[in-house]
Ligand binder design. Structure first.
Ligand code: DX5
Ligand code: ZN
Length: 219
């Protein structure tokens, strides 16, 4: 297992100063910047799109980890690559053909991730895992920050850890939703190596970001 990395979700940032918030996260030790894109259709909430993503991209050199909760999705992949995404993660249910979408992402030269909702079985990865750079276990139903971690997610993390190890490939195992100082160590022991955290990263304001990130890493 690789060392734990933290991907703060900017969904919990102050949107009126998003560029500055990203700079603060960079300085606080964030490993990736997790960018949640919601369309009000695939999930019951709307965040922002490629133009805002592009506008804040110069705020850091850290990888932009773009989590697309949009359907249909293929039409927008190129726009997010152009906006500066380094990793693009999609949901298999966003359709119509997630194998095709993964190939599209890779053909544009960025890393591809697949996100599994709480109700989505782990075997959905079986025929695409060799093409993936990241697997994301959603530990809440997607759409909102601040929800509680669903305990069964730990079983899914453990199953996916085995599948990843069996490939011998370098695939990030990410967990997203309800990560805090209590759930982070559980997710790490189950096999996760990238923790997405919105609420827990931003807790207490900018002076606490570095500490919050450190604590989630178990340092
Ligand atoms: C949920 C998003 C998450 C969310 C996490 O749909 O994918 O990234 O922002 O927020 P917390 O860490 O507050 O659960
Ligand atoms: Zn997310």
């Amino acid at each position: 297992q690789k060392k734990t990395r933290i991907a703060p979700s900017i969904l919990a940032a102050d949107f009126s100063q998003l560029g500055l918030e990203i700079q603060r996260l960079d300085q606080a030790g964030a490993d990736y910047i997790h960018v949640d894109i919601m369309d009000g259709h695939f999930v019951p909430n709307i965040s922002f799109g490629p133009s805002i993503t592009k506008a804040v991209r110069p705020a850091t050199a850290k990888p932009f980890d773009v989590h697309l909760m949009i359907s249909p999705v293929d039409l927008y992949i190129e726009a997010f690559v152009d906006a500066g995404a380094d990793i693009i993660t999609i949901h298999p249910e966003a359709g119509p053909h997630f194998h095709r979408t993964i190939q599209l992402i890779k053909s544009l030269g960025v890393k591809a991730g697949l996100a599994l909702n709480p109700g989505t079985p782990v075997d959905i990865v079986d025929h695409v895992i060799e093409d993936l750079d990241l697997l994301l276990v959603m530990s809440v139903n997607p759409g909102f920050g601040g929800q509680s971690f669903i305990p069964d997610s730990l079983n899914k993390i453990a199953s996916l850890r085995k599948k990843i190890d069996a490939t011998g490939r370098d695939i990030d195992l990410q967990v997203d939703g309800g990560i805090n100082f209590e759930t982070a160590p559980k997710a790490i022991s189950a096999g996760a190596d990238v923790l997405v955290a919105g609420t827990a990263t931003f807790k207490g304001g900018p002076e606490n970001y570095a500490d919050n990130i450190k604590r989630m890493k178990g340092l």
